[in-house]
Every structure is written in structure tokens, then in C-alpha cells.
Design a protein around this ligand. Sequence first.
Ligand code: C5P
Length: 222
Amino acid sequence: PHKKPLTGRHALVTAGPTVEPIDPVRFLSNHSSGLQGYAVAKALAQLGAAVTLVSGPVSLTTPENVTRINVQTAQQMKEACISALPADIAVCVAAVSDWRPKHVSVVKNKKGTSSLAPIDLVENPDILRDLCHIGAQRPSLVVGFAAETDHVLKHAQEKRRKKGCEWLLANDVSQGVFGQESNRVHFITEDTIEDWPTMSKEALAMQLAQKIASFFHQQDTQ
Ligand code: C5P
């Protein structure tokens, strides 16, 4: 049978939200459904890649032929990603919490005590940026997603440069996208912008996986 184009490649995908504890019963998180990240993992596996999916808590089933590692916090997600290296490809789709509570209370915070508010926050690692600058283990192709509400292209181009990834898929979330079935993105590289039409998250994932396959095909034939 015909060899799948990403056979022999290892892909690392992050997906879902992260959850940052405040106390034993409370946390900071976001509305990420994990749909887009799981679709990317599935599409890459369908093209033959060995896929490690580092996932925050979501209610989705693991796609076939995908190795899933469950995490809660951004710090755990970063550790799991680094442990999964080396990888040829990294696609960061997770909605990582930018902040985490500085102190996690071991007992439940009570009403009427001064310990509840304010909650001091510290910055979480930027997993995408860190993967781009990890040195010898750096995947040869690193891809990010960016949700923007305004000046989408300008902000996304700046973000791609700042993070240091080859490709960034930017979408306009001013109308909301979390948990929706479809997505519309601009595909941004160092010197090109492609406007992809609105399509299902599954179709978008497959289009991205095909792009990734042609990236490696070109690299191999050069
Ligand atoms: O900076 P911003 O959150 O808009 O960037 C989004 C991209 O960066 C996504 O690909 C997301 O997975 C990644 N990211 C990350 N770690 C963070 C924040 C964002 O990997 N702490």
C-alpha cells in the first residue's frame, strides 16, 4: 500500500485548557473545548505521524493511534511536552492560562477571611515560545494558533515573530469560536498570508496536516 506522508515523523500537539488551582476546590481556567487540538492530533495520525497529545481536561475521546498525556496546569503541560521530545513537529493548540495563583491554599478558602482576596497571580511559562527556543531538541516545524479580537493580521504577524514559530494560524474570536464546530483562520508564515475559508475544525486540521506533510516532502527533496 501507499506510504502515508508523515510516516516516521513524531508530532507533539497540545490541546484543551489548563487548570490552575486556587485551593482544593477552586481553579482558574478557560472555555477551550479541545476540539481543534484533538482534530489536529487525529489528522496528523491519519497521515502516518506518531502523535503525542498533551491535553488539559476535556471531555473528548482520544483519536485512534494517538498517545495522550493528561495534565492540569501549564507547568505540567510544559514538562510533559519537554519529556515528549524529540519531535519533528510541534503544534500548540492549547489555551494555556497565562497566569496562575502564586500560592495554592491547602485548605478551602473561607468566606469572611482575609485569605480569600486578592489572589496574587504569577505568569505561566509560554510553552510555544519555549519550544521554539529549546536548542538542539527544537522540532524543525513549530506551529501556533492565535485568537485575536482586533487587528487580527497585524497582531498575529507580530505574535509569530515574537514566539519564534514557523507558522501561526490566526482567527478572529470577536464573534466567539470556543466549542464551535467551524473555524476560519489566516495561515501566516514569515513571508506569506493565506486566508483559509470557513471550514469545520476537522477539515482545517486536515488542511494543516497536509501543509505539514508538504513541508517535510519539500525538505526531503531539496
Ligand atoms: O500569546 P497567545 O496566548 O495569544 O498565543 C497563543 C499560542 O501560544 C497558542 O498556540 C497557544 O497554544 C500558545 N501558548 C502556549 N503557552 C502559553 C500561552 C500560549 O503554548 N502560556
